[in-house]
Design a protein around this ligand. Structure first.
Ligand SMILES: [Zn+2]
Length: 445
């Protein structure tokens, strides 16, 4: 007796694409067979030529609840995740209020999430200069790792750390074998040129030089080597750091790296002035830089791709003024993670199986979920996205479930339509509808 059988000709497994039947019982994949077995099955589905891929894992999402729920919230963010084929996300320790730097703040965030999760959600804790005594308390609450900034975070109550602060916190994090995620920009050595026109994208780009990233990553590699702590560089934008990351990994250091969809999809040369929807930090750089990011991704120097979904209300995004220097830095894109990456990847003849590595299998490693998530294999959770790689659609505000429909992808024609999303063997999204809601769980180690 099985709960569910999904048959199809394009099942994306770690060994490659195959035809067959995925059998599910009590939310777990129990077998993958060439044909339907004779056993009784409650629900049988044939998805034909559509792709069956593991549910997407996005370990870099800002939901901002409680406290800044007017920016984004658990209900809207996890609804857009479900619509985008994302079945697990990990939420950043900012920009909610309070920020997740104490055990008490963790409790407030977990309580706020209660009853509002349409997909699974885990939490990163925050490392700030004075919260070393809280780190083990946060670990016992269930954080999956920690996040720190080396430059101003945009949120005053989440101050950045310095190298010397990290000498206090890193040994604790290393002892628990958890990762330290780092926003890597170090502003101390290089002074960017003054900005004359705050609407000019070029001026904004020059205001956050590659060297800031490269210096910060060099510092983190040194700390990684000293303490053998798992260090993860979030949203790599500077191709100038690829070589030092490659060398660190050749030495066997536990450094991992993500980049974001927007650094792979857009190039600075095409970004119009005063379009604050494109503002993020570090910035989207020139084509020549971004081509190197693609190459590093294809060579596995960059491990995976995460959205860094970080929305803000229209006034904070300075939509009417177009002031790139004042606007909130953050791109809203959670629901579009798959089609954006696929649209850019298919032009490069990258196969769907590689997408599954970048969006499912490898991001599962960072929060330690690799034993249950990120693969279609026996014993893994029955979290799936069913999608059509050949179908195109245009991004419209009506189809987006994010709280604010501000995104640089508006009106883009994208390939890759999410037809269904399954969470633990339950259909949670199908062609614009949500058959069941609130099936997500809080993920702890
Ligand atoms: Zn972020």
């Amino acid at each position: 007796m099985f709960d569910l059988a999904i048959s199809g000709r394009n099942i994306c497994t770690p060994e490659g694409m195959r035809e067959g039947v995925v059998l599910v019982h009590k939310g777990i994949i129990v077998d993958i067979l060439p044909n339907l077995p004779a056993a009784a099955i409650s629900t049988e589905i044939d998805i034909g030529e559509l792709v069956l891929m593991p549910g997407i894992i996005d370990p870099h999402v800002h939901i901002n609840e409680p406290g800044r729920t007017d920016w984004e919230g658990f209900e809207t963010a996890t609804r857009s995740a479900a619509a985008g084929g994302i079945t697990t996300l990990v939420e950043m320790p900012l920009n909610a209020d309070p920020v997740t730097i104490t055990a008490d703040a963790f409790d407030k965030k977990a309580a706020a999430a209660e009853g509002q999760l349409h997909v699974n959600c885990g939490f990163w804790g925050g490392v700030v200069p004075a919260n070393t005594p809280e780190l083990e308390k946060l670990i016992s609450k269930g954080v999956l790792g920690f996040k720190a900034f080396l430059t101003h975070s945009g949120i005053d109550e989440f101050p950045n750390v310095t190298g010397s602060d990290l000498h206090q916190s890193i040994p604790i994090i290393a002892r628990h074998h958890l990762p330290l995620l780092v926003h890597a920009e170090l502003t101390t050595n290089v002074q960017p040129p003054p900005v004359n026109n705050p609407q000019s994208y070029k001026s904004y780009l020059l205001s956050r030089p590659r060297q800031w990233e490269d210096d910060a990553i060099a510092l983190m590699i040194r700390l990684c080597e000293q303490y053998q702590c798992r260090v993860h560089i979030v949203h790599l934008s500077s191709a100038g750091s690829i070589e030092q990351i490659k060398q660190a990994r050749q030495k066997g250091l536990p450094v991992t790296v993500e980049t974001a969809q927007h650094y792979l999809y857009f190039n600075a040369e095409e970004i119009p002035d005063a379009q604050t929807a494109f503002k993020c930090a570090p910035p989207i750089r020139e084509k020549e830089n971004n081509e190197q990011l693609w190459q590093a991704l294809q060579e596995d120097t960059i491990d995976f791709v995460a959205t860094d979904h970080s929305p803000a209300p229209p006034a904070m995004k300075e939509i009417s003024s177009g002031n790139l220097m004042k606007a909130w830095g953050g791109i809203a894109s959670l629901q579009l993670a798959l089609p954006v990456l696929w649209t850019a990847a298919r032009k490069r003849n990258i196969p769907v199986t590689r997408m599954a590595q970048w969006l499912c299998e490898k991001p599962a490693l960072l929060p330690g979920l690799q034993k249950s998530k990120g693969r279609i294999a026996k014993g893994f959770d029955a979290d799936f996205v069913v999608w059509d790689p050949n179908k195109q659609f245009r991004v419209t505000a009506e189809a987006l479930h994010h709280k604010h429909k501000i995104t640089p992808y508006m009106n883009q024609e994208l390939y890759g339509v999410v037809e269904q999303t399954w969470l633990a063997g339950q259909l949670i999204f199908e062609r614009g509808r949500f058959p069941v809601l609130n099936k997500g769980k809080i993920i702890t180690p």
